[in-house]
Ligand binder design. Structure first.
Ligand SMILES: [Zn+2]
Ligand SMILES: [Zn+2]
Length: 159
Protein backbone atom coordinates (compact mmCIF):
# COMPACT_ATOMS: atom_id res chain seq x y z
CA UNK A 1 0.00 0.00 0.00
CA UNK A 2 1.49 3.30 -1.04
CA UNK A 3 1.68 6.34 1.20
CA UNK A 4 -0.75 8.24 -0.98
CA UNK A 5 -3.47 5.64 -1.02
CA UNK A 6 -3.21 5.23 2.75
CA UNK A 7 -3.62 8.99 3.05
CA UNK A 8 -6.66 8.84 0.79
CA UNK A 9 -8.15 5.98 2.79
CA UNK A 10 -7.82 8.03 5.97
CA UNK A 11 -9.27 11.18 4.39
CA UNK A 12 -12.15 9.24 2.87
CA UNK A 13 -12.86 7.36 6.11
CA UNK A 14 -12.94 10.53 8.19
CA UNK A 15 -15.17 12.29 5.66
CA UNK A 16 -17.62 9.36 5.70
CA UNK A 17 -17.58 9.35 9.49
CA UNK A 18 -18.44 13.06 9.54
CA UNK A 19 -21.38 12.42 7.22
CA UNK A 20 -22.67 9.50 9.27
CA UNK A 21 -22.45 11.51 12.49
CA UNK A 22 -24.29 14.46 10.94
CA UNK A 23 -27.03 12.15 9.65
CA UNK A 24 -27.39 10.59 13.09
CA UNK A 25 -27.24 13.87 14.98
CA UNK A 26 -24.18 12.85 16.99
CA UNK A 27 -20.81 14.50 17.27
CA UNK A 28 -17.57 13.19 15.91
CA UNK A 29 -15.56 14.59 18.79
CA UNK A 30 -11.83 15.08 18.45
CA UNK A 31 -11.19 11.92 20.47
CA UNK A 32 -13.56 9.80 18.38
CA UNK A 33 -11.98 11.21 15.25
CA UNK A 34 -8.43 10.60 16.52
CA UNK A 35 -9.17 6.98 17.41
CA UNK A 36 -10.86 6.35 14.08
CA UNK A 37 -7.89 7.95 12.34
CA UNK A 38 -5.52 5.62 14.20
CA UNK A 39 -7.59 2.63 13.05
CA UNK A 40 -7.61 3.88 9.46
CA UNK A 41 -3.89 4.60 9.53
CA UNK A 42 -2.87 1.21 10.89
CA UNK A 43 -4.02 -0.74 7.85
CA UNK A 44 -4.81 -3.80 9.94
CA UNK A 45 -6.67 -4.92 13.06
CA UNK A 46 -5.69 -2.98 16.19
CA UNK A 47 -6.12 -4.08 19.79
CA UNK A 48 -7.50 -1.62 22.31
CA UNK A 49 -4.22 -1.54 24.21
CA UNK A 50 -2.30 -0.82 21.02
CA UNK A 51 -4.65 2.10 20.46
CA UNK A 52 -3.67 3.47 23.85
CA UNK A 53 -0.03 3.28 22.73
CA UNK A 54 -0.76 4.89 19.36
CA UNK A 55 -2.64 7.71 21.05
CA UNK A 56 0.17 8.18 23.54
CA UNK A 57 2.52 8.68 20.60
CA UNK A 58 0.22 11.50 19.54
CA UNK A 59 0.54 13.02 23.00
CA UNK A 60 -2.81 11.81 24.28
CA UNK A 61 -2.96 9.80 27.49
CA UNK A 62 -6.11 7.70 27.59
CA UNK A 63 -7.42 5.21 30.08
CA UNK A 64 -8.67 1.84 28.83
CA UNK A 65 -12.19 2.87 29.86
CA UNK A 66 -12.03 5.95 27.62
CA UNK A 67 -10.73 3.94 24.70
CA UNK A 68 -13.42 1.27 25.07
CA UNK A 69 -16.14 3.90 25.40
CA UNK A 70 -14.92 5.60 22.24
CA UNK A 71 -14.67 2.29 20.40
CA UNK A 72 -18.24 1.48 21.48
CA UNK A 73 -19.35 4.70 19.85
CA UNK A 74 -17.56 3.80 16.61
CA UNK A 75 -19.09 0.31 16.68
CA UNK A 76 -22.55 1.65 17.38
CA UNK A 77 -22.55 3.86 14.31
CA UNK A 78 -20.91 1.29 12.09
CA UNK A 79 -17.67 3.24 11.73
CA UNK A 80 -15.62 0.34 13.04
CA UNK A 81 -16.00 -3.38 13.66
CA UNK A 82 -14.80 -5.65 16.42
CA UNK A 83 -13.16 -8.86 15.29
CA UNK A 84 -13.82 -11.32 18.07
CA UNK A 85 -11.34 -13.96 16.92
CA UNK A 86 -8.51 -11.40 17.06
CA UNK A 87 -9.88 -9.33 19.94
CA UNK A 88 -9.14 -6.31 17.77
CA UNK A 89 -10.81 -3.51 15.86
CA UNK A 90 -10.84 -2.35 12.25
CA UNK A 91 -12.43 0.64 10.56
CA UNK A 92 -15.49 -0.21 8.49
CA UNK A 93 -14.82 -0.24 4.76
CA UNK A 94 -18.29 -1.15 3.51
CA UNK A 95 -20.41 1.24 1.52
CA UNK A 96 -23.60 0.50 3.40
CA UNK A 97 -24.41 2.60 6.41
CA UNK A 98 -26.43 -0.01 8.26
CA UNK A 99 -24.98 -3.41 7.69
CA UNK A 100 -24.02 -6.62 9.32
CA UNK A 101 -20.34 -7.44 9.40
CA UNK A 102 -18.99 -10.10 7.12
CA UNK A 103 -15.25 -10.23 7.73
CA UNK A 104 -12.60 -12.40 6.19
CA UNK A 105 -9.75 -13.01 8.61
CA UNK A 106 -6.47 -14.46 7.35
CA UNK A 107 -5.26 -16.94 9.92
CA UNK A 108 -1.70 -16.64 8.57
CA UNK A 109 -0.97 -12.90 8.40
CA UNK A 110 -3.97 -11.80 10.50
CA UNK A 111 -5.02 -9.27 7.92
CA UNK A 112 -8.74 -8.77 7.47
CA UNK A 113 -10.93 -7.81 4.59
CA UNK A 114 -14.50 -6.75 5.00
CA UNK A 115 -16.71 -8.45 2.43
CA UNK A 116 -19.23 -5.81 1.43
CA UNK A 117 -21.78 -8.39 0.39
CA UNK A 118 -25.12 -8.15 2.21
CA UNK A 119 -26.63 -10.87 0.00
CA UNK A 120 -23.99 -13.38 1.08
CA UNK A 121 -24.49 -12.47 4.72
CA UNK A 122 -28.28 -12.79 4.41
CA UNK A 123 -27.92 -16.14 2.68
CA UNK A 124 -25.71 -17.54 5.44
CA UNK A 125 -28.01 -16.24 8.13
CA UNK A 126 -31.14 -17.63 6.51
CA UNK A 127 -29.46 -21.01 5.89
CA UNK A 128 -28.51 -21.14 9.55
CA UNK A 129 -32.13 -20.33 10.38
CA UNK A 130 -33.32 -23.24 8.24
CA UNK A 131 -30.96 -25.47 10.21
CA UNK A 132 -32.41 -24.20 13.46
CA UNK A 133 -29.34 -22.15 14.31
CA UNK A 134 -28.87 -18.43 14.68
CA UNK A 135 -26.12 -15.86 14.84
CA UNK A 136 -25.35 -14.41 18.20
CA UNK A 137 -24.75 -10.90 16.90
CA UNK A 138 -24.84 -9.31 13.47
CA UNK A 139 -21.38 -10.41 12.48
CA UNK A 140 -19.78 -13.33 10.71
CA UNK A 141 -16.06 -13.96 10.71
CA UNK A 142 -14.58 -16.26 8.09
CA UNK A 143 -11.17 -17.73 8.81
CA UNK A 144 -8.98 -18.58 5.88
CA UNK A 145 -5.92 -17.62 3.86
CA UNK A 146 -5.82 -14.27 2.10
CA UNK A 147 -4.70 -13.85 -1.51
CA UNK A 148 -1.14 -13.13 -0.48
CA UNK A 149 -0.87 -16.12 1.84
CA UNK A 150 -2.58 -18.47 -0.62
CA UNK A 151 -0.05 -17.94 -3.41
CA UNK A 152 3.00 -20.05 -2.68
CA UNK A 153 6.30 -18.21 -3.02
CA UNK A 154 8.48 -19.84 -5.69
CA UNK A 155 11.63 -21.29 -4.20
CA UNK A 156 14.42 -18.74 -4.11
CA UNK A 157 12.13 -15.87 -5.10
CA UNK A 158 12.61 -12.47 -3.53
CA UNK A 159 9.94 -11.73 -0.98
ZN1 LIG B 1 -18.57 -2.51 7.84
ZN1 LIG C 1 -2.69 -13.56 4.80
Amino acid sequence: MTEKSRFEIIAHGLREAENICVRNGVRLTRLRRDILESLLASGGPVKAYDLIELMRDKGERLTPATVYRTLDFLLQYGLAHRINSLNAYVPCTANHEEHAMLMFVCSECRRTEELDDPALYDYMRSRLGELGMSLRDSSIEIQGLCRKCTIPHPAGAQK
